[in-house]
Design a protein around this ligand. Structure first.
Ligand code: COS
Length: 380
C-alpha cells in the first residue's frame, strides 16, 4: 500500500540528491546564521519541485499530493526549513488552483510553480491565531479598488515573497466577514516589521507584515466577499498534509542518525544498539515514523482521489508532528552528551520539530477539527 511507482521513486531520489548536495553542506551554518537563500528555492523550482500539484498548463508538474509528500520528506531530511518554504510557496498555488479566475491563475501560477516567484500566506495576526475568524485586518472597497490595513504575524517568507494571500475583513464579525486578496509583494504601503528570532526553523524567515493603506484592484479579491475564511481553511487542510510530510522527514532524519550512532558508539565493550534500552528506543522511533508516514500518505491519497480528507489531514498533522517531537527528542537521548551539542544535527532536528506542533493550526486545534468530525459522524 502507498508504494511509490518507479517514476515517483525517481522524483524522490532526484530531490534527495539535490538536497544532499546543495542543502546538506549549508544546513548547519544557515541554522546558526538564521540565513534564508531564496536562490535555492529557484533552483528547486527549476527541478519542478515548487509546483508539484499545480497543473502542467500553469507550469506545474500536474502530479498529486502523494508525490508532493515524497519530495517534502526528502527535503526535510536535510533541511526542514526548506521543506517548509516549499510547502508555504505552495499555499497560494492551492488557493489559486481552487478559487482563482483564469486571469488570476495566469498572472501568478506559472511564476510560483517555477520557483521564479515566492509565495506567502497571511492569516495570523497579533491578536488572532487559533481563533482565525477574529482577525482584525480590514479591506474597504473604494471604487474599483480595495484598501487594506492591518498587521499580520508569523508570516513565512515575509519581505521575501512576491505575492501574499491576505485574509482581511470586508464585513461584520466572524468567519463570514472575511475575504481573501492577492497582494503583490511590491504593493505600495506593504512593509515589514520584525523578523522573529526562533528556537528552530532558523533558515526559514518568519516576519511581521504591515499593511498601511495598501490599495489593490477589485479583481485581486478571490471569489467573492465573505468567502475568505473558506479559502483559508481549504488551503490549510491541504497545507496540513505538507506539514505532516515535513515532519515525517524530520522523523526519518533523526532515526537515521540515531541508528547509525547506536551502531558506531561502543560502551561497556559493545555497540549501544545491543543494549535493550537503546534498541527498544530505536524500535519505538521506527514505529512512530512509519505510523506517521502511513497516515500522511493516506491523507494525500484521499485528497488525490478527490475524497473528503480534512479530518484525516488533521489526524496526519497531529500524528506526524507529535511523532517528530518524540522521535527527535529520543534521537538526542541516544546520542547522550553529544546529542546536546551542535556537533551533531539531532539537536537541530529537535528544535525544528517543536514548531511543527504549532504551525498551520496547533495540535489542539487539529484535535478540535477531529472531534467536530466525530460529532458530525455520530449524529451529534
Ligand atoms: N474547509 C472549508 N470550510 C470550512 C472548513 C474547512 N476545513 N472549516 C470550517 N469551514 C467553514 C465552515 O463550514 C463555516 O462555514 P459556514 O459559516 O458557511 O457554515 C465557516 O468556515 C466557519 O467554520 P467554524 O464555525 O468551524 O469556524 P471557527 O471559528 O469555529 O474556527 C477552526 C474553526 C478553529 C478550525 C479554525 O479557526 C482554525 O483552523 N484555526 C486555526 C488557524 C490556523 O491554522 N492558523 C495557522 C495559520 S498558518 S501558520
Amino acid at each position: 500500500m502507498f508504494e511509490p511507482t518507479e517514476d515517483q521513486a525517481a522524483l524522490a531520489a532526484a530531490a534527495r540528491a539535490f538536497c544532499e548536495d546543495t542543502l546538506g553542506p549549508i544546513a548547519r551554518e544557515d541554522d546558526e546564521a538564521e540565513r534564508f537563500r531564496p536562490e535555492l528555492i529557484r533552483a528547486m523550482g527549476e527541478m519542478g519541485l515548487c509546483g508539484i500539484p499545480t497543473p502542467e498548463a500553469y507550469g506545474g508538474m500536474g502530479l498529486g499530493y502523494f508525490e508532493y509528500c515524497l519530495v517534502l520528506e526528502e527535503i526535510a531530511r536535510v533541511s526542514a526549513s526548506y521543506a517548509v518554504s516549499i510547502a508555504v510557496t505552495g499555499l497560494p498555488q492551492i488557493i489559486l488552483n481552487l478559487f482563482g479566475t483564469e486571469a488570476q491563475k495566469a498572472a501568478w501560477l506559472p511564476g510560483l510553480a517555477s520557483g521564479e516567484l515566492l509565495g506567502a500566506f497571511a492569516l495570523s495576526e497579533p491578536g488572532s491565531g487559533s481563533d482565525a475568524a477574529s482577525l482584525a485586518t480590514t479591506a474597504v472597497r473604494d471604487g474599483d479598488t480595495y484598501v487594506l490595513n492591518g498587521t499580520k504575524f508569523w508570516i513565512t517568507h515575509g519581505s521575501y515573497a512576491d505575492v501574499y494571500i491576505v485574509m482581511a475583513r470586508t464585513g461584520g464579525p466572524g468567519p463570514r466577514g472575511v475575504s481573501a486578496f492577492i497582494v503583490p509583494g511590491d504593493a505600495p504601503g506593504l512593509s515589514f516589521g520584525k523578523k522573529e528570532e526562533k528556537m528552530g526553523m532558523r533558515a526559514s524567515p518568519t516576519v511581521e507584515v504591515v499593511l498601511e493603506d495598501v490599495r489593490v484592484p477589485a479583481d485581486a479579491l478571490l471569489k467573492e466577499e465573505g468567502f475568505g475564511f473558506t479559502v483559508a481553511m481549504t488551503a490549510l487542510d491541504s497545507g496540513r498534509i505538507t506539514i505532516g510530510a515535513t515532519s515525517v522527514g524530520l522523523c526519518q532524519a533523526a532515526l537515521d542518525s540515531a541508528s547509525r550512532y547506536a551502531i558506531d558508539r561502543k560502551q561497556f565493550g559493545q555497540p549501544i544498539v545491543d543494549f535493550q534500552g537503546v534498541g527498544f528506543m530505536l524500535a519505538d522511533m521506527a514505529c512512530r515514523t512509519e505510523t506517521a508516514r502511513l497516515l500522511v500518505h493516506k491523507a494525500a491519497a484521499l485528497k488525490d482521489a478527490g475524497r473528503p480528507f480534512s479530518h484525516v489531514a488533521a489526524m496526519a498533522k497531529v500524528t506526524a508532528t507529535d511523532a517528530a517531537m518524540a522521535v527527535t527528542t529520543d534521537a538526542v537521548q541516544v546520542f547522550g552528551g553529544y546529542g546536546y551539542t551542535r556537533e551533531y544535527p539531532v539537536e537541530r532536528y529537535m528544535r525544528d520539530a517543536k514548531v511543527m506542533q504549532i504551525v498551520e493550526g496547533t495540535n489542539q486545534i487539529q484535535r478540535l477539527v477531529i472531534a467536530r468530525h466525530l460529532k458530525r459522524t455520530y449524529g451529534g
